[in-house]
Write a protein that binds this ligand. Structure first.
Ligand SMILES: [Zn+2]
Length: 154
């Protein structure tokens, strides 16, 4: 698996350009998969438990559940990582361990596939992290355009 090529292909298929907002990423993912996507913060998840975010691939929608975090950037990275799994179509990987026990509020029917951010050794995990980094870089560029705009006109 050529991870860099896979990630660059995904970036070009998302068609986001060089700079984009987080919301634009979410819209692009929904367009790309043609499925609704929900992002939910769950207070029961916490970073000290080792799980930052999970992806639930349901019959009709994808749900990213993420831990509460003080750091907006940190939280954004959790979510981008899970979005990367959606984009890279990792939801049906039978080797991915499920983590049902952590998610008391999620109905069983949505638990078709759960990815937890634990095994950073696998190619899927590395690819998701690399794609998340590309997405984060685009969001940073967009934020810096906005702040330049504010400097000049604000
Ligand atoms: Zn992952």
């Amino acid at each position: 698996m050529d991870i860099e090529a896979t990630v660059l292909t995904a970036m070009s298929e998302l068609d986001l350009g060089d700079a984009f907002t987080f919301d634009e990423v979410v819209d692009a993912v929904q367009r790309y998969t043609d499925r609704p996507l929900r992002i939910v913060e769950l207070t029961e998840l916490n970073e000290s438990g080792g799980v930052c975010a999970v992806l639930l691939v349901g019959e009709a929608e994808d749900v990213v559940v993420h831990a509460r975090s003080e750091s907006l950037l940190h939280r954004q990275q959790f979510v981008l990582h899970e979005l990367a799994h959606v984009i890279l179509d990792h939801g049906d990987d039978p080797h991915v361990a499920s983590q049902d026990v952590l998610l008391p509020d999620i109905p069983p029917m949505t638990r078709r596939r759960i990815l937890a951010r634990q095994d950073l050794e696998s190619d899927d995990e590395v690819a998701a992290e690399v794609l998340a980094d590309h997405l984060a870089a685009g969001i940073r560029r967009s934020a810096s355009y906005e702040s330049k705009f504010m400097e000049i006109f604000g």
